[in-house]
Write a protein that binds this ligand. Sequence first.
Ligand code: HEC
Length: 134
Amino acid sequence: MNFATITKILFVGFLSLLLPACDGPSHGRDANPFHLPPEGFVGNKATGKALYSQNCLVCHGVGAQGSNQGPPLLDNIYNPRHHADLAFHLAVKNGVRAHHWKFGDMQPMPGISPETVGHIVAYVRDIQRKAGIE
Ligand code: HEC
């Protein structure tokens, strides 16, 4: 092993010590507390449908009709006046304490970006409108 390789290993090791420190909720303020996409972002419902299927369908069901693990997002309580888009961003970021249903809590989903949620919202709003939920 030459000097450059050893330096590289030490450097990578040092970086991995630093990373968790920047990640914790206790470290500084949260730059995006509402987990919102950047200004001007426009969600795409087709992209959202695919992302919904990967991330939300297991509980909220095919076509957001619900499953035995989570409620239908096509229920009228999730209309945009009662649950604004922000509710979706916050649900993913912070999770949801069971309050409307008996499925238990929704856990936070830290791997899901604000943009991903934005696309999913575009999809859910589209199928809500088609179901007369506005
Ligand atoms: C492991 C199951 C599960 C997964 C996966 C899941 N949810 Fe949920 N979600 C729930 C449950 C259960 C509730 C209902 C809590 C209650 O109100 O009783 C809920 C509630 C919600 C609500 C209502 C929030 C509120 O303010 O009342 C939204 C919006 C939501 N989920 C969006 C999503 C989105 C978007 C995804 C995918 C990125 C997702 N969920 C993935 C289980 C899940």
